[in-house]
Design a protein around this ligand. Structure first.
Ligand code: GLC
Length: 416
């Protein structure tokens, strides 16, 4: 029977606990960083990327192919748009499996993607079809409607894609299988897709987020009316002005790109399990604990039989009640910190927008949708940080299903 060292568990829980001031400071620093980035001031930690798509009018319509590539699962579908209603038909998905690492080449990856797109298109090699592509990594749009991958995130490391035009790679794989009738006409980030999907189906949406394997936010930048408004992909996961702890620093030492995507490593599903594992390893003075996922952390917090079993499997033995309780509080602290930081990013962005108009923030992503503690903490933190703001500056959060597929189709119609 395992018993946690009391002092060590308390210290670990404390390390993941942010004060109200910490959270407010993070929100203020984010707002400041947006301002610096817009002035091209190098002191910013944000890499704001234009999307070159404005808000949809609501009149977009037609049938499109949509591809969603950005997490562990690949999705392709036909999407029908009509009068502000989006329907996802014939969805196909496939796990990427081990195709995300450095031993995979660009053509292996894009041949795999093209095969799934071909499946979703029903292997029709004659009817011309337009494809919208949600590609969820920092990418810069090019004048010909393509986008260049700047660098991989979320521990992806496939060779030969960084610095390349992504839709050109996809088009060449489609051509190889005789599917040149499918034209990738648009490529956007998943947060941009989420904003488009919500603006089209719900309306009044000027900010969006993906809270899942990765974490990111986009918003509508109005440039003070001096330039045409554009949806900017904030690359919020790369924000660095955050207060890290001992476990965050330890995690940095393990990842491919140390000191990059700092906020994402504290917030997103790709890293939550590892943070919990590092803390449990420290508390129990072990260095042989197996990998954990964010769902494991959520189950441990729930404290039900499934969660207790996960804890036993990870530690290799039963824990006494006090230690189970400590594990639960630790899981809670890790999840709460993630949500509080996400809320700080939303508030900092709102303060930058300074738009006193009713609006929704659109969110998609499994971590947000499946973990009530995350949802509640985001809500409570925002309520607290915005309590002195006028009512319109206190937006509600709407969750959007299939946002990446729907947004990709909307982008395809806007680019056609
Ligand atoms: C990572 C990617 C970003 C994406 C986010 C959510 O942060 O760099 O582009 O939007 O994950 O998938």
């Amino acid at each position: 029977m395992i018993h946690f060292d009391d002092e060590k568990s308390k210290a670990a829980i404390k390390a993941f606990t942010l004060s109200r001031d910490d959270i407010e400071m993070t929100a203020a620093a984010l707002r400041y960083d947006i301002g610096l980035a817009l002035k091209n001031d190098e002191r910013t930690s944000l890499n704001l990327l234009p999307s070159h798509v404005g808000l949809p009018s609501g009149n977009e319509q037609g049938d499109f192919l949509a591809l969603d590539f950005g997490g562990s699962n690949l999705r392709a579908a036909r999407v029908r748009l009509a009068n502000g209603k989006a329907t996802v038909v014939s969805k196909k998905d496939k796990p990427l499996g081990n195709l995300t690492g450095a031993s995979t080449t660009a053509s292996e990856l894009f041949d795999f993607i093209a095969a799934l797109v071909d499946d979703a298109a029903g292997h029709d090699h004659t009817t011309p079809m337009m494809l919208g592509h949600t590609f969820s990594f920092p990418s810069k749009p090019t004048d010909d409607g393509d986008a260049i991958l700047q660098y991989w995130t979320k521990e992806f490391a496939v060779k030969g894609v960084e610095g390349q035009k992504v839709n050109a790679l996809l088009a060449s794989s489609l051509e190889k299988i005789g599917a040149s009738n499918i034209k990738p006409v648009a490529i956007i980030n998943d947060t941009v897709a989420t904003l488009l999907a919500s603006a089209y189906t719900v309306g009044d949406t000027f900010m969006s987020s993906i809270y899942s394997t990765g974490f990111n936010v986009s918003y509508l930048e109005r440039f003070g009316g001096k330039e045409r408004a554009d949806i900017l992909d904030m690359n919020a996961g790369g924000f660095t002005k955050v207060i890290t702890n001992y476990y965050d620093q330890h995690l940095e030492d393990e990842t491919d790109r140390a000191d990059e995507q700092k906020l994402e490593k504290m917030v997103s599903g790709r890293y939550i399990g590892e943070l919990m594992r590092l803390a449990l390893a420290d508390i129990t003075r072990r260095d042989d604990l197996p990998n954990m996922t964010s769902s494991d952390v959520a189950a441990i917090y729930d404290g039900n039989d499934a969660g207790k079993k996960i804890l036993t499997d990870i530690l290799g033995d039963d824990t006494d009640e006090a230690s189970q309780d400590a594990a639960m509080h630790l899981a809670e602290a890790v999840l709460r910190r993630s949500a509080a930081l996400a809320a700080a990013i939303f508030c900092g962005t709102l303060w930058h927008q300074d738009a006193n108009i009713p609006q929704h923030i659109a969110v998609d992503g499994s971590l947000y949708k499946k973990v009530p503690l995350i949802q509640n903490t985001v809500h409570d933190t925002m309520t607290e940080l915005l309590k002195d703001e006028p009512l319109n500056m206190r937006p509600d959060i709407v969750t959007i299903d299939d946002a990446s597929l729907i947004g990709a189709a909307i982008a395809a119609t806007m680019k056609k």
